[in-house]
Ligand binder design. Structure first.
Ligand SMILES: C[S@@+](CC[C@H](N)C(=O)[O-])C[C@H]1O[C@@H](n2cnc3c(N)ncnc32)[C@H](O)[C@@H]1O
Length: 265
């Protein structure tokens, strides 16, 4: 799946995203905000805001008037706007941000850089809209390792359908290692770059609670499920449940992401 097609898998209802990857978003956002050194009175931009997991936490920290957000997905940008009436939410892409130079103290991209059509241009834009001395920060899942849900998902998919290997986000996603993510930050001209791990958790009522949003086509993994014939879909469902070792009882999953932070010159 190309990056453009990957990005297209986020043109789904916001509520399906909330129930899928969105479950991890609040905890991840709080870690990202802490890593970026956000303080009251500052202004922040959420790039690739989705339905607004990070926007929510930025509003709690800074107030709606000090937060702006942007996303190319119409349903996600609309959901973010509806949820945060005082926030300026724009429809647009990281590669061409509709904001003036140096208009924010902090620019963020939570779970976004790997979906950008031109990540180098996108991160340079995050730097451009950040004032000198401000921070540019991102989080990317550890797709190849300890993002448990997606790792088990693609392992299950490939075990049943070897051709799914090329879709496995552990292989196909750029910037999902600390070295590659740090290099992207430095190549955008950011200084004092640090990259480190963070764990986010999600709570599920049972396996059905985890599986249901996948059938709605959200994210590359959901798009893969939605395209399967019913018998293959049922086989994948069984295999994922087996690999996760969960069933009809509540459970929690952890997900590791890498956080990169750099300072705008
Ligand atoms: C995994 S979601 C993350 C959403 C949100 N930041 C969160 O943490 O829940 C990826 C988001 O990136 C957006 N996106 C895809 N390509 C983009 C681009 N070129 N510039 C900005 N956002 C993009 C998608 O529309 C989607 O909302």
């Amino acid at each position: 799946m190309s990056k453009a097609l990957g990005a297209a898998t986020f043109r789904t209802p916001a509520e399906a995203y909330d129930r899928y990857i969105g479950r991890y978003g609040g905890e991840l956002a709080r870690a990202l905000i802490a890593a970026a050194g956000v303080r009251p009175g500052r202004r922040a931009l959420d790039v690739g805001c989705g339905p607004g997991a990070l926007t929510t936490e930025l509003v709690a920290a800074l107030g709606a008037a000090n937060v702006a957000a942007v996303d190319p997905s119409v349903p996600f940008a609309e959901a973010c706007r509806r949820r945060h009436p005082g926030v300026r939410v724009e429809l647009g892409s990281a590669e061409a941000l509709p904001f003036a130079d140096a208009s924010f103290d902090h620019a963020f991209a939570q779970l976004v850089v790997n979906f950008m059509t031109d990540p180098h241009a996108g991160v340079r834009e995050l730097r451009r809209v950040t004032r000198g001395g401000g921070t540019v920060a991102a989080a990317v899942w550890d797709y190849g390792g300890e993002m448990t849900l997606l790792r088990r998902f693609w392992d299950a998919a490939v075990s049943l359908d070897p051709s799914a290997a090329e879709l496995d986000e552990g292989r196909s996603m750029p910037f999902c290692t600390p070295g590659e993510l740090g290099d992207l930050w430095r190549s955008a001209g950011l200084a004092a770059v640090s990259v480190g791990p963070v764990l986010a958790t999600a709570q599920y009522d049972d396996f059905e609670d985890l599986w249901e949003p996948l059938e709605r086509g959200v994210a590359p993994s959901g798009a893969y499920v939605a395209a399967l014939a019913p018998a293959q879909r049922a086989a994948l469902k069984r295999e994922l449940r087996r690999r996760l070792g969960v069933g009809d009882e509540p459970f929690r999953l952890t997900a590791r992401a890498w956080i990169a932070v750099g300072r705008a010159p």
